[in-house]
Design a protein around this ligand. Sequence first.
Ligand SMILES: [Fe+2]
Length: 280
Amino acid sequence: MSGNEFESFVSSVDRTLRSTSIVRDRARTVCALLTQALSQEQFKLDCIERAMSTMNETLVTWRNPPIYRDQELDYRIRMIYWPPHYENNPHEHNTWTVTGVLHNRMDTIVYRWGERTEVRTLVVEKKFAGEPGHVGYIVPPCIHNVANPADSVSVSLHIFSGLGATVGEDASAEDFEPMGTIWYPSPRKGEIVKGIARRALIAHTEILAQIPGQRSLTLLDRIFDLGDVSVKLASVKAMSRIDIKHTARRLDALSTVSPEPARSKLQRLSTKLLSSTERS
Ligand SMILES: [Fe+2]
């Protein structure tokens, strides 16, 4: 049933945080919980549903809010949509964080100071290549950054904790990292917010295309309704892997708002899809 896997994950995180105050133990256990959660398609659908529930027709003002927050236990859960080849600046958090790869690939790079504690002396110590489903944790002190080496958008899922994890939702303007983060030399202010809604919709479409089923189809419908023409086309392409008749109807709807020659082309494609279902 919808939402169950996410709720179950949150309950387990809550139990963990109530059972220990040792930072490394918290991070390690939440890391294991997220690894298990990300292996489940229903959990990914829950995450996308939660993100989509924060979107409305005025997408231009959407700033990718957390998909879950707990004031009392002082943590929040975020999905971050990384542009192709985007890399944030080195930084360190004031407490533990857990990061998982939901879609495509995210690399994490860990640094150490060189001869002096000046930004230019930071030296790469380790690099972790994160494939979908990979999860890692960071406890302070640890200077790190993340990079999307892929040619298309990558999506990560984060559990951010600690002072400020429940305040400063506008931290999204500073690379989405939690308040209290120390940057070397500074966050790449505002860059990741540009085009965030469209990037999120495209990423959701790519993830849903890999999880055929009614829940994905419902979400793709919502993406179709919210997105621009290219997002609509991407969502229709993903729908075609789930329900051909439904796809044909959506193509027909898209044709009515498209100029020629696209209108005729889309109508022909819709008719062709419908007749293919009648033959089969
Ligand atoms: Fe970070």
